[in-house]
Design a protein around this ligand. Sequence first.
Ligand code: ZN
Length: 177
Amino acid sequence: MACKKPKELLGVCELFSETGTEGGYWAFQDSKFIKKVDRKSATQFSCAKCYCAYVKRNGLNIRISRIIPLDKALQPGFKTPKSCRGDQHDFQPISEEEWSYDGLHVLKDGDWLTIYDKEKPGQIVWEGVISLKPRKTIHEFVRGWRVHSIPLNADKEKWLTYFLKNYPAKLIQLKKK
Ligand SMILES: [Zn+2]
């Protein structure tokens, strides 16, 4: 009987929101699906003043939800600014990385996750089996962020930081039935 080694994925933690309003999922982005792009070929832009964002696709500019820089969003008392009027936006490329959803895994109970320190990646800041308690109401927040579930065996405040700041991580997914 062959003993198959479980597949380890390397990547980063991510709080994944489908629409930006219903809440975030604790997720993992496989680094094999992160592509570096230069500024010239950037396809995503956001306004430096109001954070409205758009995506360039097939010559069209498609409006998406706001993209607020983390350092701003984490400031105490931060409030989303009012949208600029008309053509007052100051659009800047927002990302030098393109993430493919093919590499995105929403964490499930039973997955094994190891989160490493961002400054000292050799150091583990959290490790364990994923165990999530689904939220009871839509009004479940961690530090102002609406989330779909609360980790049962982790400090949710610390987790939020790891996931918002895309800490490096290793994921071993529970074998699918
Ligand atoms: Zn604007």
